[in-house]
Structure formats: structure tokens, C-alpha cells
Ligand binder design. Structure first.
Ligand code: FCB
Length: 443
């Protein structure tokens, strides 16, 4: 199986990249990093499969040069990585960890030496435990603490980053982690959710302000999107899917570009929002240079008789990845055109994550991954379509460079272009990696 696109099918300034995140690959027990709420979540029975954590992960902390060589040798232009708050500031505030700052300093230089553009994300979910003790994202001081952290890390590397986004996937930080309880801190609490969703947005805006003041260039936001479809043609199912779409897909981007939250979400969250939230849009609405979309799947939604939001996911009929996620490339085309039309206009858009899990923890290096090549073909075709229709898509990043710690599902879900043997930590490029190297070398 081969890739059906080449670099030459895209405009000359179109960028290809691959993405990772700090806790998922670095090995967080090393280099003086502080404890995070993911360490605590994973240490609590029942939260994470096999109670796996990111203490060692892919040992990228020691193997980063080999990993950057892999990014370069695939022919990528950009590398999207994240910096860990707890590695930079082990207590969340106060004294920085010099080893942590040096690590990101070397990493960014390593990218530049290899001709790769460093695309940084400042928070990909590893909240320092001392801040979790204070309520984490529920605490109204979070925007200030996040702004301070942003200052510390960007003062060190912000002169060399190509692009920066403060927070990866606000929906996951707010809803998945505080309403559904599936990610750290594992809460199922509507009041915590309302506060987290708002404080995340305010923190995003404050971090953008800090970086503008520091003169850091090319600042954006990375949101995730899931195509929400009614499970049948009843009005109840239509309403259920619309509400899902509102809190998943609209809440964050609407805050940034329109200065409001969707009405139907406020019907549920309104009574639980932090005091004075209406006055915070002046922070949240900082102008951006680009927007990143992370896209994987669609969901079928139907009503139920529970409390608000009174709906649930229903099983869908489409082929699925080993995450159980339906493969639905049309959703990517939908969101690229929908975001441009309703929110961003001509602002550059990037697909900052797209990819699939295939195989299990036991899958050995050298096992072919034709399903991933097929997935990439189908989704890249939708990016091409959106560009041909006039949407300013400027880049496409594959999740992920290598197999890594897939959060509550541990090391069983393999998203990598490169296989990682979690016993020996050796890296083996998969067929999809080889196919990409070929596709990206063709003008
Ligand atoms: C996204 C996350 C990323 C990874 C992929 C599969 O939501 O940003 O860390 O877990 O899903």
C-alpha cells in the first residue's frame, strides 16, 4: 500500500509535520521534573489501563536526538512538540528547574540544526501536582500561574520557536477531564467543568498576551473537533447532536473569535460559571495568527433521560480504529470549511493532529500498517479538497511521530509512524513512515 499524494500536490508553502507531547514521550521521572496530576491519576486504581504512567514513556528525554533524526529523515518541515509545565516549574510556580529549561533549549536548537521548524505547545495536560492541590483548572488564579509559566519557558525558547499555541485541546482539559472523568484529574462534576472550561480560555488569552509582550511570533490556538451526528432522524436526536457540537466544537473557538459562549451550553453550565466570567472576553479574544484543528472521528449522539446534557454516544457502523473511533474523513473537510467560514476567514489553518491507532502493545516492530496509510490517504485528500475550495489550510501534522503513552489507555494504543518496543525502547519506522518519506520527497 502506498500514499496517493506527494508534496508536489500541495502549494509550495504548505507544511508537513508530525506531533508528540511531553508527558506521552519524555519519561517524566527524569531530569528533575515535578510530579503531575497524571502521575497521581495513574497511581489510582481503575483510572488507567494496567495503571501505566509516563515515568519512562519513550525515554525521549535521553533519546531526543535519535527522535529528531527520525522527524528529519521522514522529510517533515515541522515538529510539533510540547513543553511540560512540571518539568519547567516542578512546583508549578516559583523556582524553575534549570535542567528542564536546558532540555527544551537543546531540543529547539536540535530542531533548527536539522532544518525543522519548532512548533511548541505549552500545555499538553501535565499539570504540576502542587497546582492540582489548589484546585487546578477550577482555581481562578490559574490564568495568572499559567501566564507566569509561559513567561519562564518562552523567555528561554521563544526567540527560536516557529509557532506557539498555549493549550492543547481545551475540550479535553475542560470537559473530558472534569465532566467525563476520563482524564486527570478524573472529576465528574458540572461545577468543576464550568470553571475549568472558562479558566482554560482565560489562561489561553493571558498566555498570548505574555508572548506578544515578549515579542514571540506566530501565535495560535489548537482545538479538537468531532463531527456530531444525530443517531436517527428524530428532532430529539437532532437536538442532542447540536448540543454535543456546541460544547465540543463551538465553545472554545466561539469564545476566541466571537467573544461569547453558545447559549445551549450556558443552559447547563451557566449556573456554575465562575463569578465575573462575562468580563473576561477581553483577555480571551486576543488576536491570533493561526488556528490548529485536531481531528480524528465522528460520534453518533442520541437523547437519554439523564440530567443535562441528557444525551449519550451511540455505536456507529463505520470501520473503526483500535481506539474504537469511527473513520470519517468527511468530518475533517467539514471542520476546515466550517471554521474558515464562521470564525477564521483567511487566517491560516493547520491540521495540528490527525492519525490513527493500529495494533496493540504486543505488536512487534516491522509489522506492516496498511490501515494507517489508508487513513492518511483518505484524510489528506480532504485537506486537498478544502484547499481547492479556497480554504487557507497551510499545513498538516500527523499524530504521532512514534508509539507513546496514550493517556488512560496506556501503551496499548499505537499511533506512531515509528514503532516503539516498550521493553527495549528501540525505534523501528513503520511502513507508513517509509511511505511518507517517499511521498514527501516527491515534488
Ligand atoms: C489527542 C491528544 C493526543 C493524543 C491523541 C490520540 O486528543 O491531543 O495527546 O492522545 O488525541
Amino acid at each position: 500500500m502506498t500514499l496517493t499524494f506527494t508534496r508536489g500536490d500541495f502549494p509550495a508553502d504548505f507544511q508537513f509535520g508530525t506531533a508528540t507531547s511531553s508527558y506521552q514521550i519524555e519519561g517524566h521521572a527524569q531530569g528533575g521534573a515535578g510530579r503531575t496530576h497524571w502521575d497521581d491519576f495513574a497511581a489510582t486504581p481503575g483510572n488507567v489501563d494496567r495503571a501505566e504512567n509516563g515515568a519512562l514513556a519513550c525515554d525521549h528525554y535521553n533519546r531526543w536526538e535519535e527522535d529528531l533524526d527520525l522527524v528529519k529523515n521522514a522529510g517533515f518541515d515541522c515538529y510539533r512538540f510540547s513543553t511540560s509545565w512540571a518539568r519547567v516549574l516542578p512546583e508549578g510556580r516559583g523556582t524553575p528547574n534549570p535542567e528542564g529549561l536546558d532540555f527544551y533549549d537543546r531540543l529547539v536548537d536540535g530542531m533548527l540544526e536539522r532544518g525543522l521548524k519548532p512548533c511548541a505547545t505549552l500545555y499538553h495536560w501535565e499539570l504540576p501536582s502542587p497546582l492540582a492541590d489548589l484546585g487546578g483548572w477550577r482555581n481562578a488564579d490559574m490564568p495568572e500561574w499559567f501566564a507566569d509559566y509561559t513567561h519562564v519557558i518562552m523567555e528561554k525558547i521563544g526567540d527560536r520557536t516557529y509557532s506557539v499555541a498555549p493549550i492543547n485541546e481545551p475540550w479535553c482539559v475542560g470537559w473530558l477531564s472534569h465532566f467525563m472523568g476520563q482524564h486527570a484529574p478524573g472529576l465528574r462534576d458540572i461545577r468543576a467543568t464550568a470553571r475549568a472550561m472558562h479558566h482554560v480560555m482565560k489562561s489561553h488569552g493571558c498566555a498570548i498576551q505574555v508572548m506578544r509582550d515578549l515579542g514571540v511570533k506566530n501565535l495560535g490556538a489548537v482545538c479538537n473537533f468531532e463531527y456530531a451526528q444525530p443517531c436517527d432522524d428524530t428532532p430529539e436526536a437532532a437536538k442532542a447532536a447540536k448540543l454535543y457540537d456546541s460544547y465540543y466544537n463551538r465553545f472554545f473557538i466561539e469564545a476566541i473569535f466571537k467573544g461569547s459562549y453558545p447559549e445551549d451550553v450556558l443552559e447547563g453550565l451557566g449556573p456554575h460559571m465562575p463569578q465575573g466570567w462575562q468580563d473576561d472576553f477581553e483577555f480571551i479574544q486576543q488576536p491570533l495568527d493561526w488556528v490548529g484543528l485536531n481531528y480524528y472521528t465522528r460520534k453518533l449522539i442520541g437523547p437519554n433521560s439523564g440530567p443535562w446534557p441528557s444525551h449519550e454516544e451511540r455505536p456507529g457502523p463505520l470501520p473503526k480504529t483500535t481506539m474504537g473511533w469511527e473513520i470519517y474523513p468527511d468530518g475533517l473537510h467539514h471542520f476546515l470549511t466550517w471554521v474558515a467560514k464562521n470564525y477564521t476567514g483567511d487566517l491560516p489553518l493547520y491540521v495540528t493532529e490527525n492519525g490513527m491507532s493500529a495494533g496493540t502493545k504486543d505488536t512487534t516492530g516491522g509489522t506492516p500498517d496498511p490501515e494507517r496509510i489508508d487513513y492518511l490517504n483518505q484524510h489528506v485528500a480532504k485537506v486537498k479538497q478544502a484547499i481547492s475550495e479556497g480554504v487557507t489550510v497551510k499545513g498538516y501534522f500527523i499524530w504521532s511521530l512514534m508509539d507513546n503513552y496514550e493517556w488512560a489507555l496506556g501503551y496499548d494504543k499505537r499511533f506512531g509512524l515509528v514503532h516503539v518496543d516498550f521493553e527495549t525502547l528501540s525505534r523501528t519506522p513503520k511502513a507508513s513512515y517509509q511511505a511518507l518519506a517517499t511521498a514527501l520527497s516527491r515534488a
